[in-house]
Design a protein. Structure first.
Length: 317
């Protein structure tokens, strides 16, 4: 079996160097092959993953050694292939990994050891999970609009300039974001479903809102949790939408949003539900204030849908 470690040098740290030394040493005594590929530019991880998947299929595992941006690119390269993705959380936020490993605090080297990478005695389960298709691209974690995207944008800039802040940069970024207007407009056409598979379409043209998160997983923005009970392979997506709020209304909601406790019972401004797809478009033809997996996009219209069991993921036994 070939294990292709795709590393983002920007997300590098000494722990990852230690990992590579341990794994290289262990693999010398096994039939497995370790291959290290370093990304050189945006989109490179997707290209590397797609190339190996096309050549080796299920005889290859792509190992993500970075953060959510690296996972996002690799997921786009591996969608609808037989090649599984193993995630080692060596990035800043590692939000999707939090869902995969069931914890908000992750120890990357401990995950390496639980997989058996350090010993060469690898143990893991491969299971397919859902993806979100948006305009032909893939989202593995969360697609969001409004305030959360503004916080994500500010937080990423802060984290790039002051790496010692880590994921705390996103928490700090809330302050300048909420001091601005938190009222946004968007057009929505959402294909909702309930627990009994009953379907209906919700259309709002426009909707005045503060934030909207459409979730395949649970965490984003350095640990905020719009949907703690999301299921990765249930064939539906979860959403959390907050109507336009002012500063005094937003302040008590933020800690609950961080802790995964923002519900319709907390505020009548909050709307929670499940959906399988929809269309989102701007009210003025300009680019939407939105992102997928923390990567901002410049679409003025997004057509999205859930793609059930579209990518294989390596889970700890």
């Amino acid at each position: 079996m070939k294990y292709v470690f795709i590393e983002n040098p920007i997300s590098g740290n000494k722990d990852r160097r230690l990992l590579f030394k341990e794994v290289e040493s262990a693999f010398r005594w096994s039939d497995n092959e370790m291959i290290i590929e370093e990304t050189q530019y945006a989109g490179h991880a997707k290209e590397i993953a797609a190339d190996y998947a096309a050549k080796y299929g299920s005889d290859c595992v792509i190992v993500s050694c970075g953060g959510d941006g690296t996972v996002h690119e690799i997921a786009n390269g591996l969608a609808h292939t037989d090649t599984p993705l193993m995630i080692l959380p060596f990035g800043t936020g590692n939000d999707f990994a939090k869902k995969v490993y069931g914890a908000k605090k992750l120890d990357a080297l401990e995950i390496v050891r639980q997989f058996g990478l350090h010993s060469g005695d690898l143990q893991y389960d491969v299971r397919p999970i859902d993806l979100i298709d948006y305009n032909g691209e893939k989202c593995i974690n969360v697609m969001s609009y409004g305030l959360d995207t503004k916080v994500e944008t500010i937080g990423k800039k802060m984290a790039d300039k002051a790496k010692f802040l880590g994921h705390q940069a996103y928490s700090i970024a809330i302050i300048p974001a909420i001091l601005q207007s938190m009222k946004y407009e968007i057009n929505l056409e959402l294909q909702l479903v309930d627990d009994y598979d009953n379907a209906k379409t919700l259309t709002l043209t426009p909707a005045e809102y503060t934030l909207l998160a459409i979730c395949n997983a649970s965490y984003y923005g350095g640990g905020f949790c719009p949907e703690p009970d999301s299921v990765l392979d249930d064939g539906v997506l979860d959403f959390c939408m907050v109507d336009a709020v002012k500063l005094h209304e937003a302040l008590p909601l933020i800690p609950k949003y961080n802790d995964g406790k923002l519900t319709e019972e907390v505020s009548r401004k909050v709307h929670i539900g499940k959906l399988v797809g929809g269309r989102i478009w701007s009210t003025d033809g300009k680019a939407l204030l939105g992102n997928c997996d923390g990567e901002n996009f410049d679409y003025s219209e997004v057509v999205f849908k859930v793609e059930p069991k579209a990518i294989n993921i390596c889970f700890l036994k």
